[in-house]
Design a protein around this ligand. Sequence first.
Ligand SMILES: C=C(O[C@@H]1C=C(C(=O)O)C=C[C@H]1O)C(=O)O
Length: 367
Amino acid sequence: MSEQSNNIDPRLLELRDRIDEIDGDIARLISERAECALKVAEVKKATGGDALFYRPEREAQVLRKAMERNQGPLTDEEMARLFREIMSACLALEEPVKVAYLGPEGTFTQQAALKHFGNSAQCRPLAAIDEVFREVEAGAVNYGVVPVENSTEGVINHTLDNFMTSNLVICGEVELRIHQHLMISDITRADAITRIYSHAQSLAQCRKWLDSHYPNVERVAVASNAEAAKRVKGEWNAAAIAGDMAAELYGLKVLAEKIEDRPDNSTRFLIIGSQAVPASGDDKTSLMVSMRNEPGALHDLLEPFQRHKIDLTRVETRPSQSGNWTYVFFIDFVGHRDSENVAAALKEVGAGASDMKILGSYPRGVL
Ligand SMILES: C=C(O[C@@H]1C=C(C(=O)O)C=C[C@H]1O)C(=O)O
């Protein structure tokens, strides 16, 4: 025995023995759970059709239960995160889910994809939001992940515009707290920075911080935060604003942490797929409606929601692509399209609108 282990407090040894024992139990139970998931796969295959192994509504229920059951000392979120990974591994035994996200590697969208599907999913970066839509439509991947709104900077129009022409449905949502850092490479001279690269949204989220710390430095908008991080690798006078994943991926040094102007800065992402999701018990619905441009049109559009006691969570307006002065409204609300009050409201809204498309009902983001 080494000198060190002779000095170990016996209480510590006892606790470690107990932890080993518990780990054994956990491992056995995880294997048993995985066996069950394999049997579920057999049942799904036997049922035939295009057997859908991944079930968003069921996964949301499992995560919610993990949180409700939790008695501490871990937080509910930590507990759910652990179950997220267990489920991801179990699902991969059935068949790994294929996911395309707005890349490149190191973007917040990649972080959102991992948060939603766990580390056992096969995630692939694509260069543009349109490409993510296209790959899911073509069936090359099962799901896509795209950003849709930021709490500081507002809506990501490109994603909304894609829904005007796409037949994909929304299968889920993920919210991510966004922390931006200023980072440099090992050749950067920190006292000689003349240029800062980032995505336009990120530059905007850090506007005040930049105004006070780097008022005279050129701000250069590039296609993504990861692209910004990549550029800094070869420039001695440049820095990038990006997240943890990009810093890690490109081996950059964080010069200033959490420089976003608002501490509650967060981004919402959508999971897009080709199949509608059944109710999970706590769901949201997204809707696209076009209206003729008449006085009171918006009031008439929203009135049925109020009457059927439906909570609106977002109303967004975009000019329609089909004609001048027609508008398309993107509306999010609480409830599943199959529930009675929602179905009734949708029927009335549809009757009054010149066009209406239900973009999907999906479980409310759990994590
Ligand atoms: C096991 C199932 O399939 C998948 C795996 C799940 C799990 O590990 O809990 C949950 C939902 C599905 O994505 C199931 O449908 O119950």
